[in-house]
Design a binder for this molecule. Structure first.
Ligand code: AMP
Ligand code: ZN
Ligand code: FE
Ligand code: FE
Length: 285
């Protein structure tokens, strides 16, 4: 029965980073599924948002400006979502640009390692597959697949470029406080993404709140009903808002779930808007 109430999806990747569909295609699919609100949250780039907002302009679909940024904390890799950020903000632009530049250097290094391991592969092939401005491991995996070095993208991760793989090279990562600061500085609302991926990191939640964290992504494909309950409890304890989304990347991509397939209450959007200062802005006009 939840199916009918799925009108919101606040975690979606497009071709601006490592998703399969263009921002316009995502908007058309969201309209087809009768979604009311989506957020585009590409890795380290806001490059797809304007196109999605143009595609949704004469429809009832709201496209929230969003971004997903990685951070390296003392608990390892953490992802933060930033909603309603100002894409023109200097500090945010600078930090995202640094992340994207580092992604290029790092992907080139992975190609070098794969070549040393005897695989024919050119950097240009990976670059071409990354049609947006944020290059990621899925592009390397697809290049290996195109060359016939692996039979599936998953095999590329399992054998070569997964976190423990022989050709894996880590990315530049900002600290959690740097990421939160940049999102807040750009007028956005910082949210901890998919805590189910790093459950232990929740011990640091009070620290993140101190830095300015405003929410936690509670509704997510692999969060169980029990986990959702625990996370909602934490949100209440620390006065945080809760969000949710599918982390849709496209069909046949292991991460995430189909567009609009995760139950996300509309209340999430209302509280996000409030946190972004929407009420005051409108009242002050
Ligand atoms: P990157 O941001 O370049 O490190 O790439 C991360 C992306 O690669 C994730 O968003 C996933 O889509 C994908 N990914 C990472 N690890 C795996 C894995 N073990 N199996 C399949 N996909 C993975
Ligand atoms: Zn991704
Ligand atoms: Fe993520
Ligand atoms: Fe994501």
């Amino acid at each position: 029965m939840h199916q009918r109430s799925n009108r919101v999806d606040l975690h979606i990747h497009s071709t601006a980073s490592d998703g399969v569909f263009t921002p316009s295609e995502i908007v058309h699919q969201a309209l087809g599924r009768e979604l009311a609100v989506i957020a585009l949250t590409d890795h380290d780039t806001l490059g797809g948002v304007a196109e999605a907002q143009r595609a949704a302009a004469s429809t009832n679909l709201e496209v929230i400006t969003g971004v997903e940024v990685n951070a390296e904390g003392d608990w390892g890799d953490l992802h933060f979502l930033g909603y309603y950020v100002d894409p023109e903000n200097g500090l945010l632009r600078e930090r995202l640009q640094a992340m994207r530049d580092a992604r290029v250097g790092r992907a080139r290094k992975m190609v070098e390692r794969l070549r040393e391991m005897g695989m024919g592969l050119e950097w240009e092939e990976v670059r071409t597959l990354a049609s947006g401005d944020s290059v990621g491991r899925p592009h390397v995996a697809r290049a290996l697949l195109n060359r016939g070095h692996v039979a599936t993208m998953q095999e590329a991760f399992d054998r070569f470029i997964g976190n423990d793989g022989p050709a894996y090279v880590p990315r530049l990562r900002l600290t959690p406080s740097e990421v939160i600061e940049a999102i807040i500085g750009a007028g956005g609302v910082p949210v901890l993404a998919h805590p189910g991926h790093y459950w232990a990191a929740l011990e640091r939640l009070p620290k993140f709140v101190e830095y300015g964290l405003r929410g936690v992504e509670v509704y997510y494909p692999d969060h169980s009903p029990e986990e959702i309950k625990v996370l909602l409890g934490l949100c209440q304890k620390y006065d945080l808002l809760f969000t949710g989304g599918s982390d849709f990347h496209g069909p046949a991509v292991r991460e995430g779930a189909p567009l609009g397939s995760v139950y996300v209450p509309m209340e999430c959007v209302e509280r996000l808007r409030e946190a972004a200062g929407f009420r005051t802005r409108i009242a002050g006009q």
